[in-house]
Design a protein. Structure first.
Length: 208
């Protein structure tokens, strides 16, 4: 496996996206972690929300704070909900069970109380540290991102792949398929994706 070609798409609710972009939240608490060495790239998928809209300002130059959806949508800004709004580098991962493996200010960095962290994890968990945050000029669509080849070319996960049933000279299934399967829905928590360059960004926070 070539980890240099793999990244993670992480689903984050609008109110937490706002805190990340404002620099208030620098640790994302999750129950699991990728099997990747740090640092690795994380793309931020802003989840859909009936009540909160994450949108650009009226000049279309940068993403701003969460707004009530009924107020935000008629304004004409580009709503970020249901799209990839930016990326960051996860430069280290803390074990959060027990919490004494985490930084002393983990609650502040995660924007959660210790009780909230413990109640959410209910056991083992991890704190993904956010650095080198970049926000895109225009949010990206899910179908602009693709699964890593080794995750969709295994026989048991195929079915619609044009190379399905193809074997090499030794009778083994080849994982070197060039067919690319785009994402059609966001993960509940996170998933592996193929790392890619997506062009110019509007804000480069460079926070550590």
């Amino acid at each position: 496996r070539n980890d240099d070609m793999r990244a993670v798409l992480i689903s984050i609710r609008p109110k937490w996206c706002e805190k990340i972009i404002n620099g208030d939240k620098t640790i994302e608490v999750r129950k699991t972690r990728p099997k990747l060495e740090t640092p690795f790239k994380c793309y931020i998928y802003c989840t859909k929300d009936k009540h909160l809209a994450f949108m650009q300002n009226r000049f279309g130059t940068k993403l701003i704070a969460c707004m009530d959806a009924e107020t935000a949508i008629p304004v004409g800004g580009v709503v970020g909900n249901g799209k990839i709004i930016g990326e960051f580098t996860c430069d280290r991962i803390y074990e959060l069970a027990p919490l004494n493996h985490a930084p002393d200010d983990v609650e502040k960095q995660a924007c959660l109380t210790r009780e909230e962290i413990v109640n959410y994890l209910k056991g083992t968990g991890y704190g993904w540290h956010i650095s080198d945050l970049e926000i895109y000029d225009q949010p990206k669509e899910l179908n602009e991102f693709r699964f890593p080849p080794e995750l969709y070319c295994e026989k048991e996960r195929c079915g619609s792949c044009p190379c399905d049933q193809a074997t090499d000279v030794n009778g083994e299934y080849s994982f070197d398929c060039e067919w690319k399967r785009p994402l059609t829905r966001a993960p509940q928590s996170w998933c592996y994706v193929e790392a890619a360059e997506h062009g110019e960004k509007s804000q480069s926070e460079g926070r550590t």
